[in-house]
Design a protein around this ligand. Sequence first.
Ligand code: FAD
Length: 130
Amino acid sequence: MKDINYDSSFIPEGGPSHATFNTLTVAAGVQWHNPYNAAGANEQIIVGGISPAGSVGTAGGWVQGGGHGIFSPQFRIGMDNAVQFTIITSFGLHLTANAYSYLDFFWVFIVHGPIWSVKAHSSFSLTAYM
Ligand SMILES: Cc1cc2nc3c(=O)[nH]c(=O)nc-3n(C[C@H](O)[C@H](O)[C@H](O)COP(=O)(O)OP(=O)(O)OC[C@H]3O[C@@H](n4cnc5c(N)ncnc54)[C@H](O)[C@@H]3O)c2cc1C
């Protein structure tokens, strides 16, 4: 529920080998203070929310609401930086949604949020420090 994984050459499931992304993948229970620390430790910037002690959840409601952050004027909002979600549908189906697999699920999740599934992991693209 709290795992975080940095991958500078992340390939979305089902994507071609040249489609690599610089990403941080977080589990559903992660709160923003953890990804900020993980991104900083790898000299990366992540677009994320601002809340007291970084308490708002990263993988769940934030990105489903668009995901505004202090870096958004430069690096856009959270949903623009979403690369992949792994989700569990209300029918118990565990699947991975991104631009290459289950694209319809990927977009529905961003646009409509938690109507019929629970997100287990979210992957966000990062930007290296200038
Ligand atoms: C103090 C504070 C500061 C904030 N600052 C910002 C900010 O800077 N930028 C910004 O964009 N927003 C900000 N918000 C709004 C925040 O992004 C939303 O409240 C968001 O919905 C919080 O998501 P959560 O997962 O932490 O909360 P929750 O209340 O747990 O969830 C919110 C919604 O997401 C759903 N959800 C949660 N986890 C999952 C999951 N794993 N899978 C599917 N659905 C899930 C829930 O069902 C619920 O509908 C702030 C909110 C607070 C309270």
